[in-house]
Write a protein that binds this ligand. Structure first.
Ligand code: HEC
Ligand code: HEC
Length: 206
């Protein structure tokens, strides 16, 4: 009986992983088909009607602790949505909300936000060069010269400074809110004031 329950659990887990792979494959197909992409972006604007309360109508958040979604890589967005759904990433509100979205709606939301431009934000100019130096030493090999990331690595350029600061600190302190081995290692040696400098540098990047 115990073996059976275990086997059933495994099947469900594998099913989940396969379903996610399917969604990412579907996203890739949509991204390379301009007509399908247009349709997904249009549908995404409607699907994200409620998300706009926090993330802003165009994916530019007006709340310091809420991330911009505009300009973010759609595959990264989709993966974060999956993580909220599975509980690997913790946020009381996002975890509940995201369960309501069907796969197609997740695709559409990610496509919509990714299609929107993200303007740079103002930063403390005195901290920018220190932040740039640290970013170049510790972060650039994954996040890229311009901080724009890729399918698996977040775009950081133009992100909200307070959100960046909180998030980097969470990875460093291994609070369990954001779980990622690569980020835990990359941030392990950072002092608080260095995190402030890096996040000021990143928020003003175009
Ligand atoms: C009540 C406010 C609120 C609403 C409404 C909301 N979100 Fe969020 N969202 C947040 C907060 C806060 C975070 C950051 C959580 C954290 O600190 O890690 C977040 C994070 C995210 C992220 C991760 C972004 C990143 O850079 O890693 C995605 C993707 C996301 N939300 C999508 C959505 C979608 C899609 C909707 C609508 C279905 C939505 N959110 C509605 C507050 C909200
Ligand atoms: C070895 C590769 C690697 C290095 C080096 C790295 N990162 Fe990351 N970073 C990632 C990955 C992968 C993710 C996505 C993790 C996840 O899903 O939570 C990420 C996510 C992030 C996020 C979350 C963005 C969001 O929208 O929520 C921030 C902020 C961040 N990194 C900042 C940094 C900073 C600052 C440094 C340098 C001190 C750095 N990273 C170095 C791979 C890396």
């Amino acid at each position: 009986m115990r073996a059976l329950i275990l086997a059933a659990g495994l099947l469900v887990a594998c099913g989940g992983a396969m379903a996610q792979q399917g969604v990412q494959e579907k996203l890739k197909a949509i991204q390379s088909d301009p007509v399908a992409l247009r349709a997904a972006v249009d549908a995404g604007k409607k699907v994200t009607f409620f998300c706009a309360n926090c993330h802003g109508e165009d994916g530019i958040s007006k709340l310091p602790e809420v991330p911009n979604l505009a300009g973010q890589n759609p595959a990264y967005l989709l993966e974060q949505i999956r993580k909220f759904g599975s509980g690997e990433r913790k946020d009381p509100f996002m975890q509940g909300l995201i369960k309501v979205l069907k796969d197609d709606e997740r695709l559409q939301a990610a496509s919509y936000y990714a299609s929107m431009p993200v303007p740079p934000s103002r930063a403390d100019a005195a901290l920018v060069s220190k932040g740039k130096e640290l970013f170049g030493k510790l972060c650039v090999r994954c996040h890229g010269e311009q901080g724009r990331g890729n399918e698996t690595i977040a775009r950081l350029a133009g992100q909200k400074q307070p959100y960046l600061q909180t998030t980097i600190t969470r990875y460093r302190d291994k609070t369990g809110v954001r779980n990622n081995q690569l980020m835990a290692i990359a941030t392990a040696g950072l002092k608080n004031e260095e995190i402030v400098a890096i996040s000021n540098y990143l928020t003003q990047l175009p």
